[in-house]
Every structure is written in C-alpha cells, then in structure tokens.
Ligand binder design. Structure first.
Ligand SMILES: [Zn+2]
Length: 226
C-alpha cells in the first residue's frame, strides 16, 4: 500500500533537504534548489512512518487539556507554538488561557503557571479569611504554606500554628478555598472535629458544610478539566 503524504516545498539556498511536521499536521520540506520534485516525493515517502507518528502526536497534544479551571472558573486552553517568550496569558474576556511554549512543553508550562498562581492566590485568600476570623477566635496569626500534595486540602499543625494548603485548591471554586481556610483556622482553637469545633466553624463560615461537601464530592481533579 502506498501512503500519499501532501506537503509543501520551500526552496532555499542550501545543499540538503529536510522535512518538518507542523503542530497543525501539515508537512513542509525545505530543500536546496538542485532537488527535483520527483526526488522530493520519494524523499517524503521514505519518511512516511516518522511523519505519521509526528502527526498523531500533535493530534493528541492538541486536546491534552481542552479546558482547565482557575478558582472554579473554566478556561479553554489554547497552545501557541513558535518564537517569543514562553508562558501563559490569561484572557478573561475570551475565557482562554493562551499557552506559549515549544512543542511538547505545553503541559509543563501550564502546570508551572498554575503552581505560581497557587503560590500567589491561595495565601491571598487565606490572609483575607484570617483577617476576618482571627479577632473572633483570638488565636495567634499562623504562617501559611502551599504544598504539592494530593492527600489533603488543608492541614493545621496545631503545635506550631503552621497551616498548609494543597496546591490543587487553585482549581476549586473560591468559596471552597475559603471554607478550607476557615476549617484550618478553627483548628487553631480546637484540634479535633468535635461539637465545639463544628459550632465555631459554623459561626466563622456558615457555608462551610456545603462548600466542603462540594469539594469532597467532586475533588479538585475534576476542576482541572481532565
Ligand atoms: Zn480538620
């Protein structure tokens, strides 16, 4: 069976020929002016297996994360390859995250961006809740850290007063993050989840039950859009 591969040729001042597959699946040959089209047809046919592998790879990559969530808001992921600075641009009006990265580095770039957002946004939300809640619970201000774990959303080291928030919370709706912050702040007063803990949490965060139930039920992973 002969596989026909469509390609475009760009002639250059060079002594060799090379073939590239673009992320949209199109095939381009850069060739010196001495090469005939018949030669290039054969040249491309010899590389058919490699070309189809690249096309399959790009077809898979293009939907590697069609949508993701930032604090509960859904964004479409759009990958842009090529020159320019690597990074992620947030387009709130268009509901898009534009990922600029070399081919194959899109997912890593997006994950790094989310990690940086988590480092910035989660402590900010925590400090807002802390400012509101601390006068009510009369506890000492804790330190807060963001940790890359899957086993919990928040953790309070009652002995040291350190609170950890899970990085994955960056995907969850903000009300859920606020509820987790309040839950951990309540642990500064009561270590266990007894009646007094529940009463305090109900006072400082009346919507805590619904918000944490939503989180328990869905987890953060579904908000990652995978
Ligand atoms: Zn707890």
């Amino acid at each position: 069976m002969e596989i026909r591969i469509d390609y475009t040729v760009e002639y250059r001042d060079r002594r060799s020929a090379c073939v590239t597959v673009r992320p949209d699946g199109s095939v381009r040959v850069l060739a010196g002016r001495m090469f005939s089209l018949a030669f290039l047809d054969e040249f491309v046919a010899k590389k058919a297996v490699w070309i189809i592998e690249r096309q399959t790879f790009y077809a898979r990559m293009s939907d590697f994360a069609p949508e993701v969530y930032l604090l509960g808001r859904r964004y479409e992921v759009v990958c842009v390859h090529g020159e320019g600075r690597r990074g992620v641009e947030r387009d709130d009006a268009g509901g898009r995250l534009v990922v600029r990265a070399p081919e194959g580095a899109e997912e890593r770039t997006l994950r790094r961006w989310f990690a940086a957002e988590a480092e910035r946004e989660l402590p900010r939300i925590f400090r807002e809740e802390e400012e509101r809640v601390l006068p009510l619970v009369r506890a000492k201000a804790p330190s807060v850290g963001v940790v890359g774990v899957r086993s919990f959303y928040g953790r309070c080291h009652t002995a040291t007063g350190n609170i950890d928030l899970a990085r994955m919370l960056i995907h969850a709706p903000e009300e859920c993050v606020r509820a987790i912050c309040c839950h951990e702040l309540a642990h500064l007063v009561y270590k266990s989840h007894g009646a007094r803990f529940k009463a305090l949490l109900g006072r400082i965060c009346p919507q805590a039950d619904e918000a944490t139930a939503l989180l328990e039920c869905r987890g953060c992973a579904p908000w990652e859009g995978r």
